[in-house]
Design a binder for this molecule. Structure first.
Ligand code: SAM
Length: 242
């Protein structure tokens, strides 16, 4: 069944109208009156709806009932990503969404390469997260925050029970060992450094805020690879992909 993400709040107010990209997609699928679709409120709830009318740029549907509750991920995953170049950040948002991140927090750190700030980048990131959620069939769109300084990221992740700093300088503790030692936490934060890596004083500040440095093995991964690899490992070890 085709699935459409709705603007928050619109599902509670009677007939639902799809326009723009959503309507074009419905036309491509040749949806007609009477066809069933799923509507998603972007916060984890799906509804079954029936198409009432289809015109060139508008589809009207009526909500029939909530779809059976989705299995929500057992672990809340937060990915802190030192801001890389624009195309790499886009890739991280798309893939981290597929891999089940619930929150993506881009941050600047000492060695982050300064970039011009495109006024539309947050909107683009939200659109990427929305499109990737739709494509991979997850009912909850991850939150993507605006870029924050590294210390603000450390503060934002304070309540999470497990906080891991991906650090190529860590010789002893691998991500897998740490996850296997630690049981099943309710939430995990991952911090990934920039192209030039974390500065030593940042590693220390993160440690002081409860982050444990972990290694992803002997090879130095690119920043956009490291976070995605870590997300897949966490999901596997904490069983969503297993
Ligand atoms: N400072 C490094 C250098 O220039 O040799 C490279 C940094 S790496 C390209 C970017 C980020 O990916 C790092 O800050 C770290 O968070 C993560 N990373 C890459 N390889 C890693 C590994 N083997 N173990 C843990 N983290 C890794």
């Amino acid at each position: 069944m085709a699935r459409y993400l709705m603007v928050e709040g619109t599902l509670a107010r009677g007939p639902v109208v799809l326009t723009g990209r959503e309507a074009r997609h419905a036309r491509v699928l040749r949806l007609g009156a009477g066809d069933r679709v799923q509507l998603c409120d972007g916060r984890g709830q799906l509804y079954t709806a029936r198409v009432v009318t289809v015109t060139r740029d508008r589809v009207e549907a009526e909500v029939l009932e909530p779809a059976p509750a989705q299995v929500m991920p057992a672990v809340s995953l937060v990915l802190g990503q030192a801001l890389p170049k624009a195309a790499k950040m886009d890739l991280v948002i798309e893939k981290a969404t597929e891999l089940g991140a619930d929150r993506i927090i881009p941050f600047t750190s000492v060695r982050t390469i300064p970039q011009p700030r495109a006024s539309t980048r947050l909107l683009r990131w939200h659109r990427l997260a929305e499109a990737a959620s739709k494509q991979c069939g997850r009912p909850m769109i991850p939150e993507v925050t605006d870029v924050v300084p590294f210390d603000e990221f450390l503060r934002m992740t304070e309540p999470l029970p497990v906080k891991l700093l991906l650090w190529e300088g860590e010789a002893e503790r691998s991500l897998r060992t740490l996850l296997r030692e630690g049981g099943r936490p309710g939430g995990v934060a991952l911090a990934v450094g920039p192209e030039g890596g974390f500065a030593p004083e940042e590693v220390e500040r993160a440690r002081a805020r409860g982050f444990v440095p972990v290694s992803l093995g002997p090879r130095i991964l690119r920043t956009e690879t490291a976070g995605l690899a870590a997300l897949a490992i966490v999901q596997y070890e904490l069983s969503e992909l297993a």
